[in-house]
Write a protein that binds this ligand. Structure first.
Ligand SMILES: [Zn+2]
Length: 230
């Protein structure tokens, strides 16, 4: 049984029609969930993270479903001069290895940067790329590097409010920022964000996350690397 299906995409830059693989939902079997909402799967072959970014084989512009659907004139010019000009036809529409998936993410990140995608979209890309590195080598340099980039963008998203358009609650966002700070060893900030969850005005609506934030807050206090007052 083939776990993949092809999705057809029309490139918003060069209009080329291409197909990219996705995992059929019945083959997506989560194994565990990490505290930063990273899901692990039974096999690498059916890990949907590898297929999150679609790459146009004709011009190299790479997107996710979160990217904005319209490109401005400036964005088109940026893609044409910074990506397309240097691009040689390459097809990412086949089954991917971790390595090809990482390349697809880097193209997606570059495409997102030059076309000024919103912080919440960029944060999602950085975080997922960190998760892919985690499947290969947990808590090592590459994972931490992309977690740091993700947390910067999530913080920016929090201050701008763009997360509200992406089905992310404020409490979940604050919890996630706290968790990521914990992972990159910035405990002082982690504590601040967990406290923002615990004291949030909607704390009664998301009790489970608020409880988790409280546990994490105690955990960090107990480890006593940081002195905190309650
Ligand atoms: Zn294209």
């Amino acid at each position: 049984m083939d776990p993949y299906y092809s999705r057809n995409i029309s490139c918003r830059n060069c209009k080329y029609e291409y197909s990219t693989l996705k995992i059929k939902s019945r083959f997506i079997r989560p194994l565990t969930h990490d505290s930063d909402f990273c899901t692990t799967y039974h096999t690498l072959e059916t890990n949907p993270l590898l297929y999150y970014v679609s790459v146009c084989p004709n011009c190299g512009y790479a997107v996710t479903e979160e990217f904005s659907s319209k490109l401005t004139k400036e964005a088109l010019l940026a893609i044409q001069t910074k990506i397309q000009k240097h691009w040689q036809f390459k097809n990412y529409g086949q089954q991917r290895t971790v390595e090809t998936a990482i390349n697809a993410y880097k193209l997606g990140i570059y495409s997102g940067i030059i076309t000024k995608e919103s912080p919440i979209v960029m944060a999602g890309l950085y975080l997922r790329l960190a998760w892919i590195y985690r499947t290969v080598e947990p808590s090592q340099n590459q994972e931490l590097r992309f977690l740091k980039l993700a947390v910067d963008q999530f913080e920016l998203s929090y201050s701008l409010g763009d997360y509200e358009e992406k089905d992310m609650s404020e409490i979940k966002l604050l919890y996630l920022i706290g968790d990521l700070h914990c992972r990159i060893d910035s405990e002082r900030q982690a504590i601040q964000y967990f406290q923002m969850v615990i004291r949030h005005k909607h704390k009664d609506k998301e009790k489970r996350l608020v409880e988790k934030a409280r546990d994490r807050w105690y955990e960090i206090r107990r480890s006593s690397k940081v002195k905190v007052s309650s």
